[in-house]
Design a protein around this ligand. Structure first.
Ligand code: ADP
Ligand code: MG
Length: 753
C-alpha cells in the first residue's frame, strides 16, 4: 500500500470527483480515495502491484476520466501542468471565440423580438422567421455537436452506465430543446399533431451552451490563477548550476548536482540547491521563500536554500540537500498536498452535490409533467407545452451545483498559496480552517519569543574553584548537550580559549539540566529546581537579583555542594512585541510556557506583553498544560521549536513550528512559519479568517442561488407572480454563479494580511 497523487483529466464538475471516488473506492486493494475537483488531483492509497495505475484507469476511463502520474520532481510537474491546462484552456478558448459572438447576436435578436411584440416603437425583426429558423438550426447543431460535445457525452454515459453529473443535466436539457425543435421544423405534421405552436428552441440550445462554455472558460482561466502560487514556486527552481570539478567551473543541469558538490554562485544568480557557504560573502534575497523583504547576509558556515537569489557578492557553497530533499521541493510538495486536501466545512457541500443530480432530474421531469397536466387545464395545451419545455430545460440548467463544488476548494487553494508566498506553510485545509477559531496562543520562550542564542553574561563563584575551572567544567559537560544554554556556555569557553576536559557518564535530565563525571568526580549543572531535587541549598535571594533581569541561572554542583552559578541571557526577537500586540488585537490570549525560572520568564513576558506565564514546566508536562487549557474550553494554538515540544504541538488544536533556516520540521506541525518569525503567526491567523470568510460567502451565494433558482425555473412562482425563468437566463445565471465564486476566492489574493 502506498499513497500516490495523480493528476486527473476529464473532470468538469464537482460531481465528477464524487463519481471517480465512488468508482475507485469499490475496487480491490484501494484503501482511500480523495479527489479534488479544484486542483484536479487525486490522492489514492492503493496497492501499486495488485491494482496498478493502469487498472485504476481501466475502471474510470469507461466513464470519461484518466489518471496521470504527478511526478514529484518539480520540473516534471511544471511540464505536466503547462501541457494539460493549456490544451484544455485552448480548446475552451476556441469554442468560446465561436459561440460567444453568436450567442450575443441571438440574445440581441431575441430581446429585439420581445420588445417588438410588447412595445409600439420597436419595429419587427427585419428578417423572416423562416430564415432565422434555418440559420438557428445550423448554429444550434454546431453548438450541440461540437461546442457542447461533452454534454452529449454526459448523456451517453448516463444512458450506458447510469452515471449522471452536471454535464448530463445540461446535455439532457439542451438535447431535449434541440430534438423537439428539429422535429417540429422538419416534420410540421408533428407540430400540428401536438397542437403545438411552431415555436422552436434552437436559440435556447445555442445560448445555454454559449453562456455555459463562456463561463467555463472564465472559470478555467481564473482557476489557473488560483494555482499561480505553485507555478511561481516552481519557477524559482534554477535550471542549471555551476559547480567546481577539479578546480574548474562547469555548468550542469540543476538536477545533476550531487550532495557534497561545491557550487559557485555569481552575482544575481539563483541558488540551485540547499547547502552551506564555504567561502565568500554576500547578501541573499530570500523573500520568495520566507516573505522576508530585506536581503540576508551570508558568510562561511551560513546555510543557503534553493530558489533564493544572490544579490551582488559571490561565494561558493557545499551542496547538502539536492533534488527532492531541498526546502523548496518540500514546500512545493506541501503546498500541493494542502491545496488538494479537503476542509471539513466542505463536507456538507459534498453531500449535497452527491445527491443533487438525481434529485434535479426528478424535479425537472415533475415540473414538465405538472405543466402538461395542471398547466394544460388552465392555459390550454399549447402554452402549457411551451412553458413545460422551458421549465424542464431551465431546471436542468440552473440546478448545476458547480458553484457549490467550487466554493471551498478555490478559496483553500488561494489561501494556502498566499500563505506560502508569505513564509506560512499550511499542512492541510483542516488546519487552515481551525486556525480562525483559535482564542489562545501558547508560545515557547526560547527560540520563539527570544532569539534562542543566549550568551553567558554573569557568574557567581562560591570559592571552591577558580572562575576558569568553573567554566571549564561546565563547558566540558555542556559540549555534549544540544540545549541553547549549553551553546552559550561552550561559546564562552571558546572565547576565553579554555580547553575542554574528558567527560564520562554524561546524562541529560530533561527540562532540568545535565550530569557527568570528570576525572572521577561527579558534577551536575542545571536549574535551581534541579539543585533542590539534589537537596542542595542555594542562595535564592542572590539568584533572584539576576533572574529579575531576565537572566537564566545555571547552577554548577557536585554531590555535596553548590560550586557557583553562571547566568545566560537571551535577546528578544525584534518582532516579538509587535506579534503579541497583533495577537491581542485579534482578541487572542497569549500564554508563555517554559521550563525556565519563573522570575526570568516573568521579566521576558513583561517586556513583550504576554498575558500569562507558566514556568518550570518539564517538556513532558507541556502536553498536560495544553490539555488543561483545552478543558477550559479554549481553542489552543501552540508555537514552539518543535524539538522537545513535539507532543505538545500535536496536542494543540493547531501546532505551529518555528522553522529556522533550512531545518524545517514540516511534517510535525500543522503550520510552519519559515525563519522562525512569530509575527507571521498573526498573518497566518488573519489569512485563516480571510479564507474562511471567503468560503462562507461562496457557500452562501452558491446555496442561495440554487434554492431560489430551482423553484423559479420550475415555474413555481408563475401562478403567483407570473414569473418564469427562460432557460437562456438560467444559462447566464449558472455561468455567472461559478465565475463569481472563483472571482470571490481570487479576491483573497489581493487582500493584505
Ligand atoms: P525551554 O525550552 O523553555 O527553555 P527546557 O525544558 O529546554 O525549557 O529547559 C528548562 C530549564 O532546564 C532551562 O531553563 C535550564 O535551567 C535547565 N536546563 C535544561 N537543559 C540544560 C542544560 N543543558 N544545561 C543547563 N541547564 C539546562
Ligand atoms: Mg525548548
Amino acid at each position: 500500500m502506498g499513497t500516490h497523487i495523480y493528476k486527473v483529466k476529464g473532470m468538469h464538475c464537482a460531481s465528477c470527483a464524487t463519481i471517480i471516488t465512488k468508482k475507485l473506492s469499490q475496487m480491490p486493494n484501494v484503501n482511500s480515495v480523495n479527489v479534488n475537483f479544484a486542483s484536479e488531483k487525486a490522492k489514492i492509497e492503493h496497492d501499486e502491484h495488485e491494482t496498478p495505475l493502469s487498472k485504476l484507469n481501466s475502471e474510470i476511463e469507461k466513464v470519461g476520466y484518466t489518471l496521470e502520474p504527478n511526478e514529484s520532481n518539480p520540473q516534471d510537474i511544471h511540464r505536466n501542468h503547462a501541457k494539460t491546462s493549456d490544451s484544455e484552456l485552448l480548446s475552451l478558448r476556441n469554442k468560446t471565440h465561436f459561440i460567444l459572438p453568436v450567442t450575443l447576436a441571438i440574445f440581441a435578436l431575441m430581446i429585439w423580438d420581445i420588445l417588438a411584440r410588447i412595445t409600439s416603437w420597436m419595429p419587427n425583426l427585419p428578417i423572416s422567421m423562416q430564415l432565422f429558423n434555418t440559420f438557428s438550426m445550423v448554429i444550434a447543431s454546431i453548438s450541440l455537436f461540437w461546442v457542447g460535445k461533452r454534454y452529449l457525452e454526459g448523456v451517453s454515459r448516463f444512458l450506458r452506465y447510469g452515471i449522471a453529473n452536471m454535464d448530463t443535466l445540461i446535455g439532457i436539457g439542451t438535447l431535449f430543446a434541440y430534438t423537439y425543435s428539429i422535429l417540429i421544423t422538419l416534420f410540421p405534421p408533428i407540430a400540428s399533431l401536438l397542437n403545438a405552436p411552431e415555436f422552436t428552441y434552437f436559440d435556447v440550445t445555442i445560448v445555454v451552451i454559449g453562456f455555459i462554455t463562456f463561463g467555463k472558460y472564465l472559470e478555467a482561466n481564473s482557476k489557473k490563477r488560483t494555482g499561480a502560487a505553485i507555478e511561481k514556486l516552481l519557477g524559482l527552481q534554477a535550471k542549471t548550476a555551476i559547480i567546481l570539478r577539479d578546480g574548474k567551473e562547469v555548468e550542469i543541469p540543476q538536477t545533476e548536482v550531487m550532495r557534497g558538490d561545491l557550487v559557485v554562485i555569481k552575482p544575481g544568480s539563483k541558488i540551485p540547491v540547499d547547502g552551506v557557504v564555504t567561502e565568500g560573502h554576500s547578501y541573499i534575497d530570500e523573500s520568495m521563500i520566507s516573505g522576508e523583504p530585506i536581503p540576508v547576509e551570508k558568510k562561511a558556515g551560513d546555510s543557503v536554500v534553493a530558489g533564493t537569489i544572490n544579490t551582488t557578492g559571490s561565494f561558493v557553497f557545499e551542496a547538502t540537500k539536492v533534488g527532492s530533499e531541498t526546502l523548496l521541493s518540500h514546500i512545493i510538495k506541501m503546498v500541493e498536498e494542502a491545496q488538494g486536501s479537503k476542509a471539513p466545512i466542505e463536507a456538507l457541500a459534498d453531500k449535497i452535490s452527491a445527491r443533487f443530480v438525481p434529485v434535479v432530474l426528478v424535479v425537472a421531469f415533475l415540473s414538465l409533467i405538472l405543466w402538461l397536466t395542471v398547466g394544460t387545464s388552465y392555459l390550454g395545451f399549447s402554452s402549457a407545452l411551451s412553458f413545460g419545455i422551458l421549465s424542464f430545460v431551465s431546471v436542468l440548467v440552473i440546478a448545476c451545483p458547480c458553484a457549490l463544488g467550487l466554493a471551498t476548494p478555490t478559496a483553500i487553494i488561494v489561501g494556502v498559496g498566499k500563505g506560502a508566498q508569505n513564509g506560512i506553510l499550511v499542512k492541510d485545509a483542516a488546519t487552515l480552517e481551525k486556525l480562525h477559531k483559535v482564542d489562545t496562543v501558547v508560545v515557547d520562550k526560547t527560540g520563539t519569543i527570544t532569539v534562542g542564542k543566549p550568551t553567558l553574561v554573569d557568574m557567581i563563584n562560591k570559592g571552591s574553584l577558580s572562575d576558569t575551572e568553573m567554566i571549564q567544567i561546565l563547558a566540558s559537560m555542556e559540549a555534549k548537550s544540544e540545549h541553547p544554554i549549553a551553546h552559550a556556555i561552550t561559546a564562552k569557553a571558546r572565547e576565553l580559549k579554555i580547553d575542554l576536559l574528558e567527560v564520562s557518564n554524561f546524562e541529560v535530565i530533561q527540562g532540568k539540566g545535565v550530569s557527568a563525571e570528570i576525572s572521577g568526580k561527579k558534577y551536575f549543572a542545571g536549574s535551581p529546581t534541579f539543585a533542590k531535587d539534589l537537596t542542595l541549598s542555594i542562595d535564592e535571594r542572590e539568584i533572584a537579583k539576576f533572574t529579575s533581569e531576565g537572566k537564566t541561572p545555571v547552577v554548577l554542583m557536585n554531590e555535596r555542594e553548590v560550586l557557583g552559578e553562571v547566568f545566560v541571557s537571551d535577546t528578544l526577537k525584534s518582532e516579538s512585541k509587535v506579534a503579541i500586540a497583533g495577537l491581542h488585537k485579534l482578541g487572542i490570549k497569549v500564554v508563555m510556557l517554559t521550563g525556565d525560572d519563573e522570575r526570568a520568564a516573568q521579566y521576558i513576558a513583561g517586556q513583550v506583553g504576554i498575558d500569562e506565564v507558566i514556568a518550570h514546566v518539564l517538556p513532558a508536562d507541556k502536553l498536560a498544560k495544553i490539555k488543561s487549557l483545552q478543558e477550559q474550553g479554549r481553542i489552543v494554538a501552540m508555537a514552539g521549536d518543535g524539538v522537545n515540544d513535539a507532543p505538545a504541538l500535536a496536542q494543540a488544536d493547531v501546532g505551529i513550528a518555528m522553522g529556522t533556516g533550512t531545518d524545517v520540521a514540516i511534517e510535525s506541525a500543522g503550520i510552519t512559519l519559515l525563519h522562525g518569525d512569530i509575527s507571521k503567526l498573526v498573518k497566518a491567523i488573519r489569512l485563516s479568517k480571510l479564507t474562511m470568510r471567503g468560503i462562507k460567502q461562496n457557500l452562501f451565494w452558491a446555496f442561495a442561488y440554487n434554492v431560489v433558482g430551482i423553484p423559479l425555473a420550475a415555474g413555481a412562482f408563475y401562478p403567483i407572480f407570473g414569473l418564469l425563468l427562460n432557460p437562456i437566463f438560467a444559462g447566464f445565471a449558472m455561468a455567472m454563479s461559478s465565475v463569481s465564486v472563483v472571482t470571490n476566492s481570487l479576491r483573497i489574493k489581493t487582500k493584505k494580511i
